[in-house]
Design a protein around this ligand. Sequence first.
Ligand code: UGA
Length: 447
Amino acid sequence: MSRISIVGTGYVGLVTGACLASLGHDVTCVDVDVERVDAIRRGVVPFHEPGLDQLVASTVSRNLHATSSLEDAVAATDVTFVAVGTPSRPDGTINLDQVRAAVKEVGGTLGRTGKSHIVVIKSTVVPGSTERTVIPAIEEASGRSVGNELAVVVNPEFLTEGTAIEDFLHPDRIVVGSTDKEAARRVADLFEVDESVPVLITSSGTAEMIKYASNTLLATLISFSNQIADLGSAMGDIDAAEVMSGVRLSRYLTRGGETASIGSFLEAGCGFGGSCLPKDTAALTAEGARHGVEVGLLRSVLEINTDRPARLLELVLEAQPDLSKSKVAVLGLAFKPDTDDVRESPAFPLVSRLLEAGAEVITHDPVVGAESIPVELRHQVKHLKDLSEVAAIADVLVIVTRWAEYLKIPELIAYREEAPLVVDGRRMLDPKAVPNYRGIGLPRRHG
Ligand code: UGA
C-alpha cells in the first residue's frame, strides 16, 4: 500500500484516484475547486463515466480522500500524480500554466518537508516538457535537486472515455519515463497489473512521445478513412463502409476471425472530436513548426477533420438546396456515444453552418443538455430531449453521434406522409431503411 496524492480531479485525476484507491492505496485527491472537493467527499462524480460514481462512493468512506490543501496532501504522501489540464492555445500549442503552478506548489512543499518523494506527470505534455519545464520548476521551488530522494517520472494515461475504469484496471501497457529507473519501476508497481501487461521504462521524452504518437495514429486513420470515403463517393459506385470492411479483412487487421480493435478507427463520418485526438494532433503539428520540421501529414489530418462539418452540410444541400424553410435536426452533441463530453464535437460547427444556410435548427442528444451548447448558439437552436418529437417535426435529420437510440429513426419516421431527409454522418442505418437517405461515403447515385 502506498500513500498517493493526485493533483487535479478532472477526468484523468479522478479516475486515477478512485482506481488506485480500489487497489488498496491510500489516495488523497486535491483540487482548487472547493465545490468539487465537497462533491467528491459526498461520493458525487461531477461528470459522466460509467461505473465511476459507484467506485468513488465505495472508496470515499475508506481510503479515498479529497482536499483543497495541496500542501497537506503532498506532505502526508510519498507519491504525487499531477493530472491537471493542459489546454490548447489558438495556435495549437499547449498551455502548461496549470502544470507549472501545480509542480511549483508540490516543489515548495517538498522543500519544506525534505522527505523522499516521486512526482508523476500524468497530464499529457508535449515531448520535452518534463525535462525543460517541470524539472527546473520543481528544483527551483524545492531548493532540492532531482535524483536526490526526489524523482520526477512521466506516466501517460491511455484511458478512453466510456471505458476508463476497465482501461485503468486492465491496461494494454504501462509507460513510465524517467532517468530514475528505480522510481519508474516503483510507479509501474503501483498499478498492480498482471505480469502479461507490458511495462515500458523509457526516457521522459520518449514516454511523452508514445502518448502523442498513439493518439495521432488514431487521428490519422480516421482522416485517412474520411479522405478515402470522399474520394470514393466522387469517383463512382463505391461504398466507403464496404471498402473499409474489405480493408479490415487484411491479415494485418484480422486474424482467425478476430479483428484488431484499431480496425474501429476506419469508420468514415463526421470526424474525430473529444479532448484528446484534436488537441494532441494540433500540439504535435505546432511542435513541427517550432522545431522547423515539416509535418504535412499531421497538418492534413487536422485539415481533413476540420472539413467534416462542411462535408456533411454538402450532403444536406445536395438533396435540399434551400434550407430557408427547413427544420433541420442535428442528432448527437456528445463527441462520441456514452459520454456527455461535447469538447470539439463536430455538431457545433455543423449547427453554425446550418444557421448560416438559413435553417431552423433543432438539436437532440440523449444525455447532453442545452447548457452544454456554446452560448453563442444556445439561443438560436431548439434543444429537444425526446427523439420521437424531433422525428415528428424535422424536415431533415442529420446523425452526428453514433448513439444507439438513432437506430430507431426508420421506425420513428415510418408513419410520416412526407418522409424527411436523413443524412447519416456515421453510416449507422441501412440506406434502404428510410425513403430519403444520404450517407457519408456512399456513391452519389444512392442520393
Ligand atoms: C482517445 C484514444 O482512443 C485513447 O486511447 C486515449 O487514451 C485518449 O484519447 C486520451 O488521450 O486520453 P477518446 O478521446 O476518449 O480516446 O475517444 P475515441 O474513442 O478515441 O474517439 C475519438 C473520436 O474519433 C470520436 O469523436 C469518434 O467519433 C471519432 N471516430 C472514431 C471516428 O470518427 N471514426 C472512427 O473510425 C473512430
